[in-house]
Structure formats: structure tokens, C-alpha cells
Write a protein that binds this ligand. Structure first.
Ligand code: GAP
Length: 432
């Protein structure tokens, strides 16, 4: 992890938030490479689960919502962590994390457990007496339930169908830790899939397969993934069944995504609290009912962390160790680097023109500084899958070499074919 965290900082993937002020616990900034990695991940997810399906629609709701939402959802009453304080070192721990925490070996006596609500409070409105106290949303899914009626009446969705949303969530985590694994501000990719109760078990199984397939499609190693079935007695208050996808991080197995059968809990609660009928007329069954909800809920940041851990590799080439980030080409932040073999003889000009052309189609990088071997290593370290080298032969026959990051093998291609060759492998859409 130390190597990865330092590479992320050095290369501009992830920085501590407010670093020049000493940082702020549980918040992270995605730098120039991190932002592209994250964007590719979101695009891949949205394409897979929303735009390429005919039973899904999207939503981008506001983060701030009516405070009653959080009463209806159960968050005001139930979204608590149980805390204990160490009387000697004054550190605070989540009781359910005590065994895996490092500190309590200071030996201090622990206080009685007490509850602590994990939502971040905020005040909206300009005057003290009329300002409303509400919360930064702790999960994106509640706005899906709250907008359910608007979506149902403004689109032609038919049961079964899903609503997807990607967005920020906030939780006042007691101990943010393990880099971006547990933070206070993070991003979720959530789907609420609405179906008839009789079909819920079947949809649960289908979603389990879809989710697994997606982690493989973004390039994670299958032997680093596993399912965890939540025992009945520890299910969240809204859940009838939950399974998690876990990834084996350097610090141990950790949850990437939950898949829950939420039953009719949320729509029932919001119907009651808002006084609005949230039932749906199923034209096929000729029946009006509150649909059952199957919820795949994934974390963007945790998936980014899994991608970073999974991609990191060191190998030795001719007694020299190279660090290589083996990202899937669709996920890699920079898709291709264009490198003139040497700066002189007009090669730099040809390379620059080619790079400008490619940049309009995918993210590229131009570099002419230093020996070609060193320039390849720099690209390996940020996971660029293809390096295009413009050499003297280019001037004669308009071909270039393409060097593959993982095998380091090179092949020659006509310069005119480079765009399609790369696009085919890096696009998250099936464009060919
Ligand atoms: N709507 C259901 C829900 O929010 P959750 O298991 O609490 O369920 C879903 O969260 C996903 O959100 C987790 O699997 C994880 O990937 C991500 N997540 C939750 N808390 C997080 C945190 N503090 N930091 C980063 N990601 C988090």
C-alpha cells in the first residue's frame, strides 16, 4: 500500500485533500490521472448498466434533500455507529471494528459504548430562525425512491425496470482509513431495480451474475474477488437478503459492492411519510402494487482502489525493475503516448501532428524528453497501454511502431490505421 499511495501522489492520481493545510481526515482529491481513471470507470458502468439496456433509466438528483426523507428512510433513527473511547489515549473506535483496529493495544480502559449518528448535518437558508437543518445524503438511493413517481409518470418504463444514479455521498465515519477505502466523502453507483415480489429471487440471481461479470470486464483478477453472504441476524433494517462482492486488498478482504433485496421497505416508508401513493400499475398483470426492490450498490472510490491495487506490478527487464500499472485499456487514464524516436530529423513534427489528431478521439500524451527506453518506463508507470513511436522509417513509408505495455512487444502499422486500432481497444462503447 505504501508504494501505491506514493505512486498515486507522485504521478497525480490521488492527493490528500487540502494538503497544503495539513490535510483533512477522510477526504481525497483525484488529480489529473485519477480523474480520468474514475471517469472511465463511471462511463463503463453507465454504459453497461444503463445505456446499453432497455430496462434502465438514469437520474442525477440533488445531494441536499428535504429533512423528512431521512426520517422516512430510517437514517435519523437507525444510521448509528456504536462508539467506545479509550480513556488513556483518548482515541475513539467503532465497537464492531475493535478487533481489527491497531490502537487498543495502548492498554487503556474503554468507556461504555454510546451511539453516534453518521450523517453529516448542514443548515440551509440565510436567516438563523428560518434556516432548515438537513443532512448531506449518506447514500444516493433515497433520491431514487423519492423521484420514483416522477420517473414512472414521465417515462414509458414498465415493470421490471431499474433506475441508476452515480453521485457523491457523505458519512461521518469514525475512523476513515486504508487510503480511499473508507472516507467521509465518496461516490456511489447505485441501481434500484423494481420488480414483482414473485420475481425478486430470480432478479437477485441475475444481478449477482451481472455484477460479477462487470468486475471481470473492467479487468480485475477473478481470484481476488469473492462473495460474502450476510447472515440473517446481521442484515440492515431494510434488507431481506444481502450479499457483498469483496476484493482482496493488501490490507485484507474488503467490500466493493452490496446487493440487497430491500423488499417494499423504502417505497412503503416514503408513501407513509409523504402521504403520496407510490404504487405502480403493472399493465401486464393488470395489478397495482408497490414493487419489490433489488439494489446493487457499488462504491466508485473502492473500485478505483481495487483497480489500482490489481494493476500494480513490478517486473525485471534486463536487470532493471520497471513499475507497470496493468490497467485494462478501457480503464487506463491515458490511452496512447506518441513518442518521436529522436527530436531531430523532422520526427518530432510528425509525432506532434499525429498526437494532435489522436487527441480528438481519446486521451494521449506527447513526450520527446530523454532516451526512448526511459519514456516507455514513464508510460508503464501510469499504465498507458500503447506507445506509438515515430522513427526514420515513418518518413519513408508512413508507418509507426506500436509498443504494447504488458508484453513490451512492438508491431508496425500504417499511420492512417492507428486511430481505429487503438479506439477499438479503449472505447467503453461497442463502436466497431
Ligand atoms: N444504498 C445502500 C448502501 O449505501 P452501503 O453498503 O452502506 O449500502 C454501498 O454502501 C457501497 O458504498 C459500499 O459497498 C462501498 O463500496 C461504498 N461505501 C460505503 N461507505 C463508504 C465509505 N465510507 N467510503 C468509501 N466507500 C463507501
Amino acid at each position: 500500500m505504501d508504494k501505491l499511495v506514493s505512486l498515486c501522489k507522485r504521478k497525480g492520481f490521488i492527493f490528500q485533500s487540502s494538503g497544503i493545510y495539513g490535510g483533512i481526515n477522510g477526504c481525497w482529491d483525484f488529480g489529473p490521472l485519477g480523474v480520468e481513471l474514475k471517469r472511465n470507470l463511471r462511463d463503463h458502468w453507465w454504459h453497461t448498466f444503463v445505456t446499453s439496456r432497455d430496462d434502465m433509466v438514469g437520474l442525477d438528483a440533488s445531494i441536499l434533500m428535504h429533512p423528512r426523507v431521512w426520517e422516512a428512510s430510517g437514517h435519523v433513527e437507525k444510521f448509528h455507529d456504536i462508539l467506545v473511547d479509550c480513556k488513556a489515549c483518548k482515541k475513539r473506535f467503532r465497537q464492531d471494528h475493535l478487533e481489527s483496529e491497531i490502537c487498543p493495544d495502548c492498554g487503556g480502559e474503554l468507556s461504555e459504548p454510546r451511539t453516534f449518528n453518521s450523517m453529516l448535518r448542514t443548515r440551509m437558508g440565510v436567516s438563523e430562525d428560518t434556516a432548515v437543518e438537513t443532512y448531506l445524503r449518506p447514500e444516493t438511493c433515497q433520491s431514487i425512491f423519492v423521484s420514483f413517481k416522477d420517473i414512472a409518470s414521465s417515462t414509458r418504463v414498465k415493470i421490471p425496470f431499474g433506475i441508476a444514479q452515480i453521485g457523491k455521498s457523505f458519512r461521518n465515519e469514525v475512523n476513515p482509513r486504508n487510503f480511499i477505502f473508507r472516507s467521509r466523502e465518496f461516490e456511489q453507483m447505485e441501481i434500484e431495480f423494481f420488480c414483482h415480489e414473485d420475481e425478486a429471487a430470480d432478479w437477485f440471481d441475475r444481478w449477482q451474475q451481472e455484477i460479477w461479470g462487470w468486475y471481470l470486464a473492467i479487468g480485475l483478477h477473478e481470484d481476488k474477488l469473492r462473495w460474502f453472504e450476510h447472515p440473517k441476524e446481521s442484515l440492515a433494517h431494510y434488507s431481506k437478503r444481502t450479499v457483498d462482492v469483496e476484493y482482496e486488498f493488501p490490507f485484507g478482504w474488503g467490500e466493493l459492492q452490496g446487493l440487497a433485496n430491500r423488499g417494499v421497505y423504502d417505497l412503503t416508508q416514503h408513501s407513509q411519510y409523504s402521504g403520496k401513493d407510490l404504487s405502480f400499475f403493472d399493465a401486464e398483470r393488470k395489478e397495482r402494487y408497490l414493487p419489490t426492490v433489488i439494489e446493487p450498490s457499488a462504491g466508485v472510490d473502492r473500485t478505483v482502489l481495487a483497480l489500482l491495487c490489481d494493476a500494480y506490478d513490478e517486473d525485471t527487464v534486463k536487470d532493471e525493475t520497471r513499475v507497470v500499472m496493468r490497467f485494462h485499456p478501457k480503464i487506463a487514464p491515458v490511452k496512447a503516448a506518441v513518442l518521436p524516436l529522436v527530436k531531430k530529423d523532422g520526427l518530432a513534427e510528425i509525432a506532434e501532428t499525429l498526437e494532435k489528431r489522436l487527441r480528438r478521439k481519446f486521451i494521449t500524451y506527447y513526450d520527446h524528453a530523454g532516451a526512448i527506453g526511459r519514456r516507455y518506463r514513464r508510460q508503464d508507470e501510469i499504465g498507458t497501454p500503447f506507445c506509438i513511436c515515430v522513427d526514420h522509417q515513418t518518413k519513408e513509408d508512413e508507418t509507426v511502431t506500436i509498443r504494447h505495455r504488458d508484453s513490451m512487444e512492438q508491431e508496425r502499422l500504417p499511420m492512417a490505421d492507428v486511430d481505429a486500432f487503438i479506439l477499438k481497444q479503449v472505447s467503453v462503447r461497442d463502436i466497431f
